[in-house]
Ligand binder design. Structure first.
Ligand SMILES: Nc1ncnc2c1ncn2[C@@H]1O[C@H](COP(=O)(O)OP(=O)(O)O)[C@@H](O)[C@H]1O
Ligand SMILES: [Mg+2]
Length: 299
């Protein structure tokens, strides 16, 4: 059993399976790089002063640095209702989550005031426009930006291929003609075609069957290597978080806070192979035990 040590910032670090646990409550680890996203003492209370006043998150502090030519993949893991979507939508600048009732949300060093082209979001529900074809859905953002038709359709066809769809067979289909996995491919293409610096994904694969889900995880790793963005990926699935993440934030129940941070090895094999590795399973079990321990101590 490996013993715990400290890193250069004197933060206790304990190796577990494919990863290392960082006691982020002791001190955050900094590489001294510019910060892509930063939360400073962020809290959100809904319905302030009303009969249904409810504090969803409290005192959330973290930052993600800008790793040049790479970006970082952050997975946010936690039980239903702990404030995962609240955090994601605060980064996106989407009301009613935005603005926070306490603290500051910074993107690239500036307080978030509204949604922006530097941030793109993919939701769990299939959010394509029903009356637009696959190609028209994927090129929608470019259209809004005033990109000429020929140019945006060329780029759109490239992205149809990037996400593993077939230009000849799928470009003219409407969303109701697609499976769930295909719809999420369209949603991913529609977001990534705009080249956001920050990609926000709210349980995007939560409604997919296990096999499709693994295929989508593999696709996402591949695309992410191409776009070098910072990704925030919210999930219920511990396996998904350990596979996709460079870092995993584990949140506790309401009011939600980030309780632990883990650094895990990046995905270096297809999901099916990596998830069969005993070291992978060791990390998953560790997090599962941690979550049940946290839940017991909260009740
Ligand atoms: N607009 C809102 N008004 C009131 N309460 C909300 C609103 N949005 C979310 N909540 C509450 O805040 C808590 C956290 O929600 P959310 O961030 O969606 O959690 P998660 O994504 O982790 O499931 C939940 O209890 C939810 O009911
Ligand atoms: Mg949610």
């Amino acid at each position: 059993m490996p013993t715990s040590s400290t890193n250069a910032n004197s933060v206790p670090v304990q190796p577990v399976g494919l990863g290392r646990i960082i006691d982020r409550t002791a001190a955050p680890v900094t590489r001294g790089l510019p910060r892509v996203v930063e939360f400073r003492g962020v809290g959100k209370t809904y319905g302030v002063g009303g009969p249904k006043e409810y504090t969803a998150i409290r005192n959330v502090n973290f930052f993600v640095e800008d790793l040049p030519e790479r970006g970082e993949f952050i997975c946010v893991l936690g039980p239903s209702g702990c404030g995962k979507s609240t955090i994601l939508r605060l980064i996106a600048g989407l009301p009613p989550q935005h603005p926070p009732t306490e603290g500051e949300v910074l993107v690239l060093g500036q307080p978030v005031t509204r949604p922006g082209a530097d941030r793109g979001m993919v939701f769990q529900d299939y959010t394509s426009f029903d009356h637009r074809t696959v190609l028209e859905n994927i090129t929608f953002g470019l259209e809004c930006r005033g990109v000429r038709r020929a140019e945006r359709e060329e780029l759109g066809r490239q992205w149809i291929q990037h996400v593993g769809l077939d230009v000849a067979a799928d470009a003219r289909k409407y969303p109701h003609e697609l499976s769930g996995g295909m719809r999420q491919r369209v949603a991913i293409a529609r977001t990534l075609i705009l080249r956001p610096r920050i990609i926000l994904m709210d349980e995007p694969f939560g409604a997919l069957d296990p096999q499709t889900r693994m295929n989508m995880q593999d696709l996402l790793v591949l695309l992410w290597h191409e776009v070098h963005a910072t990704v925030f990926f919210v999930t219920h699935s511990i396996e998904e978080a350990v596979f996709l993440g460079d870092r995993v934030y584990v949140m506790g129940r309401a009011p939600g806070m980030i309780l632990r941070e883990l650094e895990v090895e990046p995905a270096d094999r297809p999901a099916r192979l990596m998830q069969g590795d005993p070291r992978f399973q060791e990390t998953v079990s560790y997090i599962r035990d941690l979550i049940s321990h946290l839940e017991q101590s909260a009740t």
